[in-house]
Ligand binder design. Structure first.
Ligand SMILES: Cc1cc2nc3c(=O)[nH]c(=O)nc-3n(C[C@H](O)[C@H](O)[C@H](O)COP(=O)(O)O)c2cc1C
Length: 213
């Protein structure tokens, strides 16, 4: 199946079968797609926190908005997609050291030049670091949604939750993190009402959204 076909047939799951868990290998592949996602200056300002134990789901439940409560009750795997709240020098350095280890710099001067360039870019976002980092998280989530679909795992991207509550429940600010998105992963109920045979995919037309100058 090509990528556009996958996009045409993927849909947001609304009703999960609680008996069908996400296989460990599938979850790992989905997280790998998140890890491989592009981000501005390769900062990778995200952390993915996996919740599968009933006691952890119970802790999270009060932060889930009413509209998502039913699917949350049944979904077997929940991923908190957290953004770092700041981008200090040592985070930039951490990435540069990994890139050096991965062979991306021919010499120390090349690494130093990259440090300057990336810090300049990062400095543009010192005042809105969390917002900037959250934007990168949306890219990672998109990669994971389609990776999931390619593996036959259903998903729901979720903004319908109270970020402040999640942060307090899991003590995320103490770790320099803020939960900006949640992703549900599982397998649809056979009668999930959002399946395309019941609710065909709908998007605005190309003319509505594309302008060629
Ligand atoms: C950033 C984002 C947040 C979303 N939040 C929710 C949500 O909280 N609950 C939900 O059921 N669906 C949520 N959705 C799913 C959208 O409603 C869905 O993608 C859209 O209606 C298009 O339907 P489709 O994904 O089935 O093609 C969200 C989607 C995105 C991209």
């Amino acid at each position: 199946m090509d990528f556009l076909q996958m996009m045409q047939q993927r849909y947001t799951c609304k009703h999960y079968d609680p008996a069908k868990k996400v296989a460990k290998a599938d979850l790992e592949a989905i997280l790998e797609a998140g890890r491989l996602s592009p981000s501005a200056v390769n900062l990778q300002p995200w952390r993915f926190i996996i919740i599968e134990k009933p006691e952890d789901k119970a802790k999270l439940e009060p932060a889930i908005m009413q509209t998502n409560k039913l699917r949350f009750a049944d979904v077997p795997t929940v991923v908190l997609i957290c953004a770092r709240t700041e981008n200090p020098d040592n985070d930039v350095e951490h990435v540069l050291c990994k890139e050096e280890a991965d062979g991306r710099f021919p010499d120390a001067a090349a690494k130093a030049a990259q440090r300057t360039g990336r810090c300049n870019f990062r400095n543009l976002h010192l005042h809105d670091a969390l917002t900037w980092n959250a934007k990168q998280c949306y890219i990672a989530m998109t990669s994971m949604l389609y990776a999931a679909d390619s593996l036959g795992v259903d998903s729901t991207p979720v903004e319908g939750f109270e970020s402040d509550k999640v942060n307090a429940i899991f003590k995320l600010p103490e770790q320099g993190l803020s939960c900006e998105l949640i992703m549900f992963l599982g397998h649809r109920k056979t009668d999930d009402s959002n399946q395309l045979q019941f609710r065909p995919k709908s998007r605005l037309s190309t003319d509505d959204i594309v302008t060629y100058l």
